[in-house]
Design a protein around this ligand. Structure first.
Ligand SMILES: Cc1cc2nc3c(=O)[nH]c(=O)nc-3n(C[C@H](O)[C@H](O)[C@H](O)COP(=O)(O)O)c2cc1C
Length: 171
């Protein structure tokens, strides 16, 4: 298992909430978005759209919309993951696809040696977010990925045991 690079990435990724100095290049960012776009989606409708935010003033404005303002201000780049309501065919399945897309990006960021956290609490201010970024109503905020270079720091988060998770196993 340890030789399998996909599993290694899955098991070693952790949310990174503090970032060190250093820019993220455009090519890197495009690779991350590309990884997101390779997620599965129902009918392959690819309902995800992205907003990339590097501007410090805008990050400061966005930080007022969330309890996690320090993470937003400290991130080098924010990637807002939006659902394109004009592409929706089944809201439940489309939101699941957006989740797969977001996780793909987190794993890509991790595998590129960078760090990120998925921010969901900010969704309570999704209308205000669209207002700040002057986005059309057809785009609905689903997640913000705050990312940057990760400091040299051990991170951990626990997991339930597999036995707790399997509710039934038929022979
Ligand atoms: C839908 C969703 C919303 C989340 N929202 C936040 C958030 O608003 N702020 C935050 O610091 N972390 C947030 N997280 C990150 C989780 O806290 C984190 O993934 C979890 O504690 C497990 O830790 P790990 O990612 O290091 O394994 C969110 C994760 C998900 C999947």
């Amino acid at each position: 298992m340890e030789n399998n690079c996909v599993l290694r990435a899955i098991y070693s990724r952790r949310s990174v909430r503090e970032f060190s100095e250093g820019d993220i290049g455009d090519d890197t960012l495009r690779e991350i978005i590309k990884a997101g776009s390779y997620a599965p989606s129902g009918l392959n409708n690819q309902p995800w759209r992205f907003v990339i935010i590097r501007d410090t003033g805008l990050k400061n404005d966005i930080s007022t919309l969330t309890h996690y303002s320090k993470i937003v201000v400290g991130a080098r780049v924010l990637i807002a993951v939006m659902l394109d309501l004009s592409a929706v065919y089944n809201r439940e399945k489309d939101i699941q696809a957006i989740g797969a897309c977001t996780q793909n990006m987190l794993l890509a960021i991790h595998s590129l040696g960078l760090g990120a956290v998925w921010l969901g609490e900010i969704l309570k201010k999704k209308v205000e977010f669209n207002g700040l970024l002057e986005l059309e109503d057809r785009y609905e905020l689903m997640a913000v990925i705050a990312m940057g270079r990760k400091p040299d720091k051990e991170l951990s988060s626990g997991r339930k045991s597999i036995d707790e998770l399997i509710i039934k196993e038929e022979a």
